[in-house]
Design a protein around this ligand. Structure first.
Ligand code: SAM
Length: 221
């Protein structure tokens, strides 16, 4: 995982434009999200020998049994999140850091938490070298991160059995949570809006297939 040298050239920029077209054809309409996908060199997250995989609209293994999400899925979740510049966003499931880069491109302040120590160590070292600066944490994100709460937005990039209550509690009023919820095979994308302190709205979208959310409010250890 991760390219040895971070170099973005004519070829990789062209491949990325094609990827953006594919995602647009699948229904992503938010031009800011498409622009963010166009700006983040996804091949930086791949070994040089795997360059051709970087610009296919597919998830890809990143080690430790985890994946870098499919670009369309990243775009779908990001569009639902309605990111505004300056938003404080909690991402649960740092993985490769690709989704965090997309949120940073949109002008957000990103706090991202990863369960697996090795992935956390790798990603927190590499992202700043690519020019992306977030707050990296290690631990069980299914409980949120109370010491950094409240958040304008929360995005969960692993499949949960339920919408964890602490995540709703840690959202600001007017805030949005996007989380895949279902069994450990398939999950519906769910968007939760916190309308008032004790009132939420909830909308369900398409089915996706994420790796399981671990931890207390996930599928356990
Ligand atoms: N957002 C990632 C990216 O852009 O590459 C993709 C994430 S991958 C589909 C899901 C990640 O969630 C995995 O790295 C996994 O270890 C992590 N994860 C699972 N349960 C977690 C938890 N309770 N807290 C934090 N991270 C968790």
């Amino acid at each position: 995982m991760f390219a040895a040298v971070f170099e973005d050239n004519y070829r990789t920029k062209g491949l990325r434009r094609n990827l953006v077209k594919q995602i647009e054809n699948k229904g992503i309409r938010d031009t800011r999200v498409l622009e963010a996908i166009n700006n983040v060199p996804r091949h930086y997250f791949f070994d040089q020998a795997l360059l051709e995989h970087a610009y296919q609209d597919k998830a890809f293994p990143i080690g430790e049994g985890q994946t870098i999400s499919q670009p369309y899925t990243v775009a779908f979740q990001t569009e639902l999140l309605e990111v505004e510049p300056g938003n404080k966003i909690l991402e649960i499931g740092t993985g490769s850091g690709y989704q965090a880069c997309i949120l940073l491109e949109l002008g957000a302040k990103v706090i991202t938490i990863e369960y697996q120590k090795k992935l956390y160590e790798q990603t927190r070292k590499v992202l700043p070298k690519m020019g992306y600066n977030a707050t990296f944490l290690q631990g069980d994100g299914s409980q949120g991160v109370p010491r950094h709460a409240p958040f304008d937005r929360i995005i969960v990039t692993a499949g949960a059995p339920i919408v964890p209550k602490p995540l709703i509690e840690q959202l600001k009023v007017g805030g949005i949570l996007v989380i895949p919820v279902g069994d450990n095979q398939r999950q519906k994308m769910v968007k939760v809006k916190k309308i008032e302190e004790n009132k939420i709205s909830k909308k369900e979208y398409d089915l996706f297939s994420f790796v399981p959310l671990k931890g207390k409010h996930g599928w356990g250890n």
